[in-house]
Design a protein around this ligand. Structure first.
Ligand code: KIV
Length: 279
């Protein structure tokens, strides 16, 4: 089966077909998403928060991303797998960027990489594309700049901030990015950017007018009931289901109701009587 390519994604924008993107960080989830027909799977550096238990994405390393991207690639046949470039894997210089993006493609098997920033990373995007590495951009709320932004806040709310984001989007388009994430910006701004760029925009908290939508799988499956971002919709409540199953298991083990004969293995009569004789 052929994987979804960046050309297919660009064609989808032209045809007005919306692009669904979900994050995954492991083999079984990636398999389920691939089989469900999700065309793009993002191994996001949200990994740090939803899987590794950090309080931001900043501690995530290139090796972390390679480890998890490999598992996702093994679980997929058709989906286009995008690997996030983690904090400080591309900011310090072009050489770093090309080497680290190259590792995500060569060692981990990703089909493209994603990095955060607009005009300031446009030259890096250009270098990566020249090296044969497809790049997805990411502007608006860029979690790797959490401390610079002063928190996880809506971006582009004033006319000046909105124009800056529009310029950032155009810079990524001109630099050769094949798509870009628009995170937590007003819907009207996302609509304007989507009209003005030639490549697909993938929104998260950016309203309905983007060319596609991305969600973090833990948010849409309801795995974090204590915090549900405003942009997220829970399509399942798996946290409740996991807790219920774990409580039932604990009770059944405590009461000797698990395992039963059904989950046990038998020894044939002759082996059993020989065992009784020798033991
Ligand atoms: O890391 C991530 O999961 C992301 C998405 C939120 C777009 O960058």
């Amino acid at each position: 089966m052929r994987r979804v390519s960046i050309h297919v994604l660009k064609e989808m924008k032209k045809r007005g077909e919306k692009i669904a993107v979900l994050t995954a960080y492991d083999y079984p989830t990636a398999r389920l998403l691939d089989e469900a027909g999700v065309p793009v799977i993002l191994v996001g550096d949200s990994l740090g928060m939803v899987v590794l238990g950090y309080d931001s994405t900043l501690p995530v390393t290139v090796d972390d991303m390679i480890h998890h991207t490999k598992a996702v690639v093994r679980g997929t046949q058709r989906a286009h797998v995008v690997a996030d470039m983690p904090f400080m894997s591309y900011q310090a210089g072009f050489e770093d960027a090309v080497r680290n993006a190259g590792r995500l493609m060569q060692e981990a098997g990703a089909q493209s990489v994603k990095l955060e920033g607009g005009k300031t990373v446009a030259d890096t995007v250009r270098r990566l594309v020249e090296a044969g590495i497809p790049v997805m951009g990411h502007i608006g709320l860029t979690p790797q700049s959490l401390h610079q932004l002063g928190g996880y806040k809506v971006q582009g709310k004033t006319p000046a901030a909105a124009v800056k984001l529009l310029n950032d989007a155009q810079a990524l388009d001109e630099a050769g990015a094949y798509a870009m994430v628009l995170e937590t910006i007003p819907a009207a701004l996302a609509e304007l950017i989507t009209e003005r760029v030639s490549i697909p925009t993938i929104g998260i908290g950016a309203g309905p007018h983007c060319d596609g939508q991305v969600q973090v799988i833990h948010d849409m499956l309801g795995l974090f009931p204590d915090f549900v971002p405003k942009h997220a919709k829970q399509y399942a409540q798996l946290a409740e289901e996991v807790s219920r199953a774990a409580r039932e298991f604990v009770a059944e083990v405590a009461e000797g109701r698990f395992p039963t004969e059904k989950e046990s293995f038998v020894m044939d009569e002759a082996a059993l009587s020989e065992l009784t004789r020798v033991a």
